[in-house]
Design a binder for this molecule. Structure first.
Ligand SMILES: Cc1cc2nc3c(=O)[nH]c(=O)nc-3n(C[C@H](O)[C@H](O)[C@H](O)COP(=O)(O)OP(=O)(O)OC[C@H]3O[C@@H](n4cnc5c(N)ncnc54)[C@H](O)[C@@H]3O)c2cc1C
Length: 426
């Protein structure tokens, strides 16, 4: 006896887009989610401060043709533009540094990558590209700091990984929608709530085992077992890597290899709430060209958008991972040390903070996927490939064109749902 036609594992954006699409087509769907909440790597805290705070995704990257923007428009959810050119930059001594030339370092970077792609016979990591370039070009200490700032804020933050982890050939193989980057003043969770409406979702049901053949899937959770004709697995790549969910029979070798080869990046956010704003309300962003690459190089001025004195600091890759080993007090002190360098020793202590640790989060095990040396489009296709027309896969890491994004995860859910519909009519 089947519990439903389709089980969806995971109530992040991929699982919810798949479930909502299938239910609209008349299928009976059950969504199983380990957490007490919906949204996965979209997580808005609503009641803690006077403004919603997004601990996971914040932005719709590129509004033109973006399905998340369409949802926002259809459901009249307000968005606001972030202007990345609106930035106050400071050097490592905390002095304003308006002479930073983004285009100059973008050009140095592009040339180095192009050269490696032309001359190298096989893939390697981006760090080697930069090392080779620095060996042939003499840059001053200040120029190296600026290059590092460019690399960290433009590449390492976006991909959640250090240059030493990213593929030189494929790191940027993803596509982008054009248009502005916009965020939700009312929180990203509004999109989650739209998709989840009317679905049968079992929260606090941690999936432990998935048994399948060509006719049915049985999913065992820590509470109960569910059986359906088909299932969609939207477990994050980091969770699949940890093998905390058992598949029986084991996943095909090509899929296991893809899980091992693709990388899972780290991006962590630290929000500090102050008694009053001691920084300017003029710019969207604050840049810090510090001495150590990757440490507190970029802040978002939440005060500008909301009038609430909050600053958001980002850290990605290995430094983001290292920060997770520190206590909250140590992380706050570390961000404060940079703010004191930029502003003044006398700035007030924060009255509260919100800190993420996405790598230690057992139901995320990282922020989002990236291309390691040797990974290709085929690796992603292997990860996404259905098994026996019975077990389907979705989630940001399975998105060939838009990995590591909300829209990529959303579209992957729709794709898996359509494949299921097609397989039932074939
Ligand atoms: C800090 C940060 C900032 C980001 N910023 C942006 C941004 O600005 N714009 C953007 O487009 N993207 C951004 N992203 C990426 C985006 O959030 C993700 O790509 C997207 O939300 C992933 O959705 P998903 O459905 O694939 O995975 P998830 O949202 O992770 O959903 C998977 C679900 O599976 C559940 N699960 C895990 N294990 C089990 C289990 N054993 N049993 C049952 N359920 C389980 C999880 O709890 C989760 O709910 C950001 C991510 C992070 C971490």
């Amino acid at each position: 006896m089947l519990d439903c036609q389709v089980i969806v594992i995971g109530a992040g954006i991929a699982g919810l887009s798949a479930a909502s699409y299938l239910q609209q087509q008349g299928l009976k769907v059950v969504v199983l989610e380990a957490r007490q909440r919906l949204g996965g790597r979209i997580h808005t805290t609503i009641d803690r401060w006077s403004i919603p705070i997004d601990l996971g995704a914040s932005w719709i990257h590129g509004t033109e043709g973006n399905p998340i923007k369409k949802l926002a428009t259809d459901f009249k959810i307000a968005t606001a533009v972030t202007d990345y050119d609106s930035i106050d930059i400071f050097d490592y001594k905390g002095q304003p540094f308006s002479e930073f030339k983004w285009h100059k370092y973008a050009k140095i970077w592009r040339r180095a990558v192009k050269g490696a792609r032309k001359n190298w016979h096989e893939d390697g990591c981006l760090q080697t590209v930069i090392d080779e370039m620095l060996a042939s070009k003499s840059l001053s200490a200040s120029q190296i700091r600026q290059l590092n700032y460019f690399i960290n804020t433009e590449i390492e933050h976006e991909y959640g990984a250090d240059l030493s982890e990213l593929s030189a050939f494929k790191w940027d193989r993803d596509r982008e929608f054009s248009g502005d980057d916009v965020f939700f003043p009312g929180g990203y969770t509004q999109i989650i709530d739209i998709l989840a409406a009317g679905l049968e979702i079992k929260l606090e049901h941690r999936v432990e085992r998935v048994s399948y053949d060509s006719h049915r899937v049985t999913v065992s959770t820590d509470c109960k077992e569910f059986t359906a004709a088909k299932a969609i697995v939207t477990l994050p790549l980091g969770v699949l890597k940890k093998q905390t969910v058992t598949f029986s029979p084991p996943l095909p070798i090509a899929k296991q290899k893809a899980i091992a080869l693709l990388g899972v990046g780290i991006l962590n956010k630290t929000y500090l709430h102050f008694p009053h704003a001691f920084w300017s309300d003029r710019s969207d962003l604050i840049g810090y060209i510090g001495k150590r690459k990757g440490e507190w190089m970029e802040f978002v001025n939440i005060y500008k958008y909301t009038g609430v004195p909050v600053l958001l600091g980002y850290n990605a890759g290995r430094y983001g991972s290292y920060l997770e080993t520190l206590s909250d007090d140590e992380i706050v002190a570390s961000m404060m040390a940079v703010l004191q360098t930029i502003y003044d020793r006398q700035i007030p202590q924060p009255t509260d903070y919100q800190i993420t640790r996405w790598e230690s989060d057992r139901y995320a095990c990282g922020a989002y996927s990236f291309m390691t040396p040797g990974a290709t489009g085929k690796t992603i296709k292997d990860l996404a490939k259905p098994i026996n027309n019975c077990l389907f896969f979705a989630g940001e890491a399975t998105s060939l064109h838009y990995p590591a994004t909300v829209h990529g995860a959303y579209l992957s859910g729709i794709k898996a749902a359509r494949s299921i519909l097609k397989s039932t009519t074939d």
